[in-house]
Ligand binder design. Structure first.
Ligand SMILES: [Fe+2]
Ligand SMILES: [Fe+2]
Length: 227
């Protein structure tokens, strides 16, 4: 998919390339960072539970919810493994103190969700269809990001011989992306490409903000525009 191919070259992804080795190399920070990822997966589940109407929810939709919940659980367990006995109490919940930029990560998801909601309205979707349309668009956009993020994170985990892997999560996300792509093309028809491009443009900005906040928290200067 051409959209996924554009994302790794973004400045935010280059900045992530710089900060991930620092995070992975520091167990206390890393445990909180994994817990942040778990929180994001959990927020994704909460959004789906709220957004999906029973009239639309099929086996595939139910499986999507369960798989995202299992990602949250896997990551939470990985956070505990990395943090060990010392960090056990420091990552117990998804609170600000127990995560690394947890509220900012959640804000990123909320911003993407709201922007997609606005776009769906702007593109003239009838009100009765908007909630489902927003679910498909925002999930597609976030799956495209996941497809750039998880392989980069996996490379870092392997380079550091980390005792866990996100390969199984990535495999699910690849499948979700295909499903969201297919279903959103059906619902958006001829407006699909421009709508997705518009949504990706705003998402890139929100993601960049999150990476910038993460960089500040671990005190890594941001890349210059030329960087
Ligand atoms: Fe996920
Ligand atoms: Fe997913």
């Amino acid at each position: 998919m051409s959209f996924s191919a554009q994302v790794p070259a973004q400045p935010s992804m280059r900045q992530l390339k710089r900060i991930l080795p620092i995070l992975v190399g520091n167990p206390a920070l890393h445990a909180r960072f994994i817990n942040t990822l778990a929180r994001m997966e959990y927020v994704g589940v909460r959004k789906m539970l709220k957004a999906r109407h029973v009239d639309r929810l099929d086996l595939e939709g139910l499986q999507h919810i369960v798989e995202e919940a299992s990602h949250a659980l896997r990551l939470k367990r990985a956070a505990k493994k990395i943090g060990g006995e010392r960090e056990k109490d420091g990552i117990a919940t998804f609170s600000s103190a127990h995560t690394l930029g947890g509220p900012e990560a959640e804000r990123y998801l909320q911003e993407v969700d709201h922007a997609c909601e606005e776009l769906v309205r702007f593109y003239g979707f009838p009100e009765a269809e908007r909630r489902e349309a927003n679910y498909l668009l925002s999930s597609l956009i976030i799956e495209i990001r996941a497809q750039a993020f998880y392989p980069l994170y996996e490379q870092n985990l392997q380079a550091a011989n980390a005792p866990f892997s996100v390969r199984a999560i990535l495999k699910d996300e690849v499948k979700h992306l295909q499903e969201m792509e297919h279903q959103s093309q059906q619902i958006f028809g001829s407006t699909w490409r421009t709508l997705v491009e518009d949504a990706l443009r705003v998402e890139a900005k929100f993601f960049e903000d999150w990476v910038a906040q993460l960089s500040q928290q671990i005190k890594v200067p941001e890349l210059s525009a030329q960087g």
